[in-house]
Design a protein around this ligand. Sequence first.
Ligand code: NDP
Length: 325
Amino acid sequence: MSETQATAPRTVKCLIIGSGPAGYTSAIYTSRANLNPLLIEGPQPGGQLTTTTDVENFPGYPDGVTGPQLMEDMRKQAERFGAEFMTGLVTDADLSARPFRITVNSRTEILAESLIIATGASAKYLGIDSEEKYRGTGVSACATCDGFFYRGRTVAVVGGGDTACEEALYLSTLASKVYLIVRKDYLRASKVMQQRVTGNPKIEILYNTNTIDLFGDEFVEGAHLIEFMGTDKERIYEIAIDGFFLAIGHRPNTEVFAKYLELDESGYIKVKAPGTETNIQGVFAAGDVADPHYRQAVSAAGMGCRAAIDAERFLIAGNTASALI
Ligand code: NDP
C-alpha cells in the first residue's frame, strides 16, 4: 500500500494521552476494567519523573526509587493487564463529536469513545546552557522532590511568585541558607507568602537580579548573577550555592486541545471537581495538566485512577457511539 493511501482509523474504547503517573495509573485501571486502553507515550515516556533522580515520597517504596524505575514499574503493571502503548506526538485533536479523532505524528488517526488527557505540565526554565548541564546534579524545578538532598547546604530559588516563595520556605526547613533570586524589585506572590519569606531569617532575597550562568565541576558550586541589568548600576557578582531551583512557572501541555477544552487563565484544563470530566462529555483530564496546585506523582496517580473510573462509568452508561468496538 502506498504511504498516501488512506486506511480506516482504528477505534478504541479508551485512549489515554500521556505517560506520567496519571496516564499509567489510568491505563492500569482501564485495562483491569476491560476497556482495552491504548496509551500514547509522548516524546519523553515516563514524563517529568524521568528527569528526577531519587523519589522518596511515593508510598510503597520504603527505600526510595528512581524516577525512571517508578515509571517503568507503572508501565509494566499496566502492560500486565493488557494496556497497549504507542509512541508518538499528538499533533491534532478533533473533539467536536464522538468518537473523538486524535492524530498522532500528523499521520495516524485514532478514534476514541472516551479520552483521558494526562499530558502533564512542563516546568519553565530560564534557557541558559548551564541549566541543561547540571540537570540532576544541582538544577531542579521541584523542591519537594529534590530539596531533601540539600540538607544543611546553600541553595537558590529563582522566581518571585507563590511557587518560588513556597519552594524557598520549604527549602528553608532543610537548607542552611536560601537565596531567592527575583528579577524585579518586588515579589509577585500573595501578601501572606511575601510576609513569610521576608520574615524568614534563612532566606535572603536578591531583587533586581538575573542569573547569567552556573558553574562547578561535576555539581553546581555557584551562580554568576547580574543586578540592575542594563542600567548604570549594573553589577555582576557570584554566589556560592549547591542547588539551583527554578520556580518561574509551569506550562501545562494543552495547546493541541485548547480549541475545544475550557482552560483556566494559566492554560490548565478545567475539570468538574470532584470528578475529572472536562467541559466535553467523555473527555477526562488527570494529573498536572489539570492540577496547578499539588503537582505530585502520587496526587497525579490518584487523579489518573479517578479519570479511569469516570471513563468506565461514562462508557457503562451507554455512551458508545460506535459499533466497531
Ligand atoms: P507565577 O507566574 O505567578 O510567577 C512566576 C514568577 O517567575 C514571577 O515572579 C516571574 O517574574 C518569574 N519569572 C518568570 N520568568 C522568569 C525569567 N525568565 N527569569 C526570572 N524570573 C522569571 O507562577 P507561579 O508558579 O509562582 O504561580 C502560578 C499560579 O499558581 C499563580 O496563580 C499562583 O498564585 C498559584 N500558586 C498558588 C499557591 C498557593 O496558593 N499556595 C502556590 C503556588 C502557586 P515577574 O514577576 O517579573 O513576571
